[in-house]
Design a protein around this ligand. Structure first.
Ligand SMILES: *Cc1c(COP(=O)(O)O)cnc(C)c1O
Length: 426
């Protein structure tokens, strides 16, 4: 067969772009070569609808073993009672939970999207907001912190059947125990979506949601540093506490409800090549090397956030407990939008993403904020001493936002810097 040079040329260009730039997108990371090998393997050829030992296709004896290995390692890593590693993405993991726990039209509660929540937590353009009724809790304007008292008030008034903890742009830890107390009062299911901080949670650097939440969902490609995908877990002793029933009126174990919600509920055949790569990721995350990695991610984020503060930027909530921070540009540059900064930094080979800040005066397309995270640069080998250097490069670009000269000078420095941090160190 003739090799498709057009596509492979684009892949080579993308690889060069990744190698040469400082990636500060909080949800991105770099996988090592063996993950690519697993994802690019013959496992992609196999149909395996169903679960290990209970498939709708013959010839699953090997993929049964990789999927079981992924499940066993995930359970060990998070100390979970049960796991489903088939969700194609974090959003699909969430969609499956909503399907398992709610009936169309039921109410659930999540963090307001403009305060750091995720599209799949009830946005009107996502199935979660179209099929179900959503109520939101928010952060406080002065502190940037979630107000659990107000969350409780809203929950008692609106009586959601499901409460979701977790966010895409919240730099502080979560009080899962407090949320569980709120959920118990109204017989709601408590779910944590740990798509972002999963790796830090797995290694004990943040509060453990599996001790308190009935269900935990995550992605596998953010701090977990595995292939792009999702996963659902159950912690200890949380099998269907409120006797949820299926649409047919049967009461089942929570794990059975969730399994059927993933397949055949929202997905068809699992991506066994990605699941093989997830097994590699969970295996790696069980090592001491990975422990050191997440410790460095957190250290880098703390130092970077202080460096932004030192340059006169307002960091929402004053800092970070995890791997990311949200910067309100209005404190230093009231006229410059997140959109302009994102686009200008890309020209200097620095990638960040524009983000709404709580109580933003601008639209989601403009925004007044930036979301910045350290997982990707930490994988490249950056230690905390380089964080002020990176912040200074960013500040140089924003301070002279219209200067092509500054952009080029910074880009040159960025490319030089990245040469010392190879993409495939192994
Ligand atoms: C990233 C993210 C997701 C979605 O993950 P995808 O794999 O992009 O679907 C879900 N929830 C939260 C909180 C996230 O940050």
């Amino acid at each position: 067969m003739i090799r498709d040079e057009k596509v492979f040329d684009l892949i080579a260009q993308e690889r060069a772009r990744q190698m040469n730039s400082i990636v500060l997108i909080a949800s991105e990371n770099f996988v090592s070569y063996q993950f690519l090998e697993a994802m690019g393997s013959v496992m992609t050829n196999k149909y395996a609808e169903g679960y290990p030992g209970k498939r709708y296709y013959g010839g699953c004896q090997i993929v049964d073993q990789t999927e079981q290995l992924a499940i066993d390692r995930a359970k060990e890593l998070f100390n979970a009672e049960w796991a489903n590693v088939q969700p194609h993405s974090g959003a699909q993991a969430n969609m499956a939970v909503l399907m398992a726990v709610l009936k169309p039209g039921d109410v659930f509660m999540g963090l307001d999207l403009s305060h750091g929540g995720h599209l799949s937590h009830g946005s009107p353009v996502n199935s979660s907001g179209i099929l179900y009724r959503t109520v939101a809790y928010r952060v406080e304007a002065e502190t940037g912190l979630i107000n659990y008292d107000k969350m409780e008030e809203t929950a008692l008034r609106e009586r959601p059947k499901l409460i979701i903890a977790g966010a895409s742009a919240y730099s502080r830890d979560w009080d899962y125990a407090r949320m569980r107390k709120i959920a118990d009062q109204i017989h709601a299911i408590l779910m944590a979506d740990i798509a972002h901080p999963a790796g830090l949670i797995a290694k004990g650097l943040l509060n453990d949601p599996l001790k308190h939440c009935h269900i935990v969902t995550t992605t596998t490609h953010k701090t977990l540093r595995g292939p792009r995908g999702g996963m659902i877990m159950i912690g200890k002793d949380f099998e269907n506490p409120w006797g949820l029933k299926t649409l047919k009126g049967e009461t089942k174990m929570m794990s059975a409800l969730l399994d059927s919600a993933v397949f055949p509920g929202v997905q068809g055949g699992p991506l066994e090549h990605v699941i093989a790569s997830k097994a590699v990721a969970f295996g790696e995350a069980l090592t001491e090397t990975y422990m050191n990695y997440v410790i460095q991610v957190k250290k880098n984020a703390a130092v970077m956030s202080q460096a932004f503060v030192d340059k006169g930027y307002h960091v929402i909530s004053g800092g970070t407990d995890n791997h990311l921070m949200l910067i309100d540009l209005r404190s230093k540059f009231p006229e410059i939008t997140g959109k302009v900064v994102e686009n200008t930094l890309v020209k200097a080979d620095i990638t960040v993403n524009k983000n709404m800040v709580p109580f933003d005066s601008r639209s989601p397309f403009q925004t007044s904020g930036l979301r910045v995270g350290t997982p990707a640069i930490t994988t490249r080998g950056f230690k905390e001493d380089k964080m002020p250097v990176i912040v200074d490069l960013i500040d140089q670009v924003i301070s002279k936002i219209d200067s092509e000269e500054v952009i080029l000078a910074v880009k040159k420095k960025v490319n030089e810097l990245m040469r010392d941090y190879p993409l495939f160190a192994d």
